[in-house]
Design a binder for this molecule. Structure first.
Ligand SMILES: *[C@@H]1O[C@H](CO)[C@@H](O)[C@H](O)[C@H]1NC(C)=O
Ligand SMILES: *[C@@H]1O[C@H](CO)[C@@H](O)[C@H](O)[C@H]1NC(C)=O
Length: 415
């Protein structure tokens, strides 16, 4: 759960414990003019607490599923965070002055004896150490029966959508007591359920258009101008299955775990278990590009099913100019694909590689045959170390990679 703000100066992260940590890039310093600023902790706050749903006797975890910045409109920053059920709008603001010289209380806040107040003082604003405050502004609750998997701020900057397994709702950022249900795929009889919604996103420029992906590997594009309830899609993207590679696991591995529009709005990218696909919005019958993330796992699907890894939900992201894409894998590896040259690289997020000025070394997984020096064999990959969440700075070559318990931020060397 990672998200850069629109200029890339701030990076928000949400964790299993319901906490949000915001990092801010330090300003370029005069003594080191050519060094890029590092990201330091700017603010930390508890966004969600564990709750209990008494009606259903269910525990609601505090784990943050998604976090999204709103475009900045004044000095304060706003972000949305969600756990399985409840979305919150947070305001993050700075304070560097405080009022001093009250008449009725002294500097520690204790009330003064009124009989000893003999003169009237005018309170003054005094500078103080910068304080960053996070305050909850709105709570959008009680609109999702199933687990929320996505939130996406619309390009009108006034509305956003939230999606769970079976429904998508549209909210106004100012209104918390009602939302519009724009997609509902819940069958009358739950036994007929064959497909669930896995991710949803608003188009970056057209505020009436959004897409959602499904557990069957399909993507539907909907236009809110066509109908209020978008049960009928406008476009339907699906790649015909290759019959030769059909297996027991075909449907599970074709489930889409993430969908992201390109910044230009012309393409979208989807991540399934083994690959990333780029789709042109004008071509529904097949993706224009397919990148293998870890094809060597195809022979391991049985054990990945047994240890539940096959259900891991990997996210994917574009770089600022849509020329490259990134997604995670196992063993703390992550993959980058250059769309132009079709070159790809495997990198590792580790303590070694995150030392200041360390270079990321390309890693290689050996797939049968003789293992070369520096290569790692498929059998020694650690499936407990996975990179599900990654984010790319919107303008520069700076990436954030969330490994199991650590956050890594890598930036390009200057020169
Ligand atoms: C992102 O955050 C930085 C740092 O506070 C701020 O200067 C910038 O305006 C923000 N950008 C946007 C577009 O929200
Ligand atoms: C995105 O990646 C492409 C291809 O590697 C590169 O040419 C471009 O400069 C990158 N854009 C940004 C904003 O980093």
């Amino acid at each position: 759960r990672l998200n850069f703000n629109y200029s890339g100066e701030l990076l928000a992260t949400g964790d299993k414990g319901g906490r949000v940590v915001i990092f801010q890039r330090e300003q370029e310093s005069k003594n080191r003019p050519h060094s890029r600023g590092e990201y330091n902790v700017y603010s930390t706050f508890q966004s969600h607490e564990p709750e209990f749903d008494y009606l259903k006797s269910l525990e609601i975890e505090e784990k943050i599923n998604k976090i999204r910045w709103l475009p900045q409109q004044n000095a304060a920053h706003f972000l949305l965070s969600t756990n399985d059920k409840t979305i919150k709008l947070w305001k993050i603001s700075e304070r560097d002055k405080r009022a001093e010289g009250y008449n009725l209380k002294d500097e520690d806040g204790r009330l003064r004896d009124p009989f000893r107040i003999t003169s009237l003082r005018v309170p003054v604003l005094m500078p103080m150490d910068l304080m960053v405050e996070a305050s909850p502004r709105r709570i959008f609750a009680n609109a999702h029966t199933y687990h929320i998997n996505s939130i996406s701020v619309n390009s009108d900057h006034e509305t956003y959508l939230s999606a769970d397994d079976l429904r998508i709702n549209l909210w106004h950022l100012e209104i918390t007591d009602r939302s519009f249900n724009i997609v509902d795929i819940k069958p009358a009889n739950m036994e007929e359920l064959t497909e669930v919604i896995t991710a949803a996103e608003c188009h970056p420029h057209q505020c009436n258009v959004f897409v959602y992906s499904s557990s069957k590997g399909t993507i539907r594009l909907c236009d809110m101008r066509a109908a209020a309830l978008c049960d009928r899609h406008t476009k339907f993207f699906e790649e015909p299955e290759d019959p030769s590679s059909r297996s027991f696991f075909s449907e599970i591995i074709s489930s889409i775990s993430d969908v992201k529009f390109s910044h230009s709005g012309r393409y979208m990218m989807t991540r399934d278990y083994l690959s990333v696909k780029v789709w042109d919005l004008n071509m529904e019958n097949r993706p224009v590009e397919t990148y293998q993330v870890h094809e060597y796992l195809r022979s391991k699907l049985c054990s990945l099913y047994e240890n539940d890894c096959i259900f891991d939900k990997f996210e994917c992201c574009w770089n600022g100019s849509d020329g490259a894409i990134m997604t995670g894998s196992y063993n703390n590896f992550f993959r980058m694909f250059d769309r132009n040259s079709r070159r790809d690289i495997t990198l590792e997020a580790s303590r070694e590689s995150s030392k200041p000025r360390a270079m990321l070394k390309p890693r290689k997984v050996c797939t049968g045959g003789k293992r070369k020096k520096d290569e790692i064999s498929v059998d020694s990959l650690d499936f407990n170390k996975k990179i599900l969440h990654t984010a790319w700075h919107p303008k520069e070559n700076v990436i954030a990679v969330a490994a199991t318990n650590n956050l890594y931020i890598f930036q390009d060397k200057i020169n």
